[in-house]
Design a binder for this molecule. Structure first.
Ligand SMILES: [Zn+2]
Length: 116
């Protein structure tokens, strides 16, 4: 997955202040943060006009950050559910291929299409 690229990255000073404000804990689930396993998250996405300020910065553990980025509808449950959510996403994006059994129409060799 890697770190999400943001158009307005938080300055170092904001990150430092946000980390101090969080007290070394995730500001979502309040679990203690592991060095290198947390993210500085935009409360209001920068794409929506969110600014790289302390007010718009939230310190999230990778787990909460991943949840937020992946899908806000995914229930915050066990870590195992993350894998399941990914599989469901994959299924959702799979569309029937034209001419295959997934569609009502069949494409003939000469290019015309007929109903099954
Ligand atoms: Zn968290």
């Amino acid at each position: 997955m890697g770190q999400a690229l943001t158009r307005s990255e938080f300055p170092k000073s904001v990150k430092r202040e946000a980390f101090e404000r969080a007290g070394g804990k995730c500001e979502e689930c309040t679990r203690f943060l592991t060095p290198g396993k947390f993210q500085y998250d935009h409360v209001l996405a920068d794409g929506l006009g969110g600014k790289p300020t302390l007010e718009n910065c939230r310190v999230l553990c990778d787990w909460c950050h991943g949840l937020k980025s992946a899908n806000d509808d995914v229930p915050k449950m066990a870590k195992a559910d993350r894998g399941r959510a990914k599989i469901m996403e994959g299924k959702k994006s799979k569309r029937p291929v034209p001419g295959s059994r997934g569609t009502k129409f069949r494409k003939r060799m000469d290019g015309t299409v007929e109903r099954r």
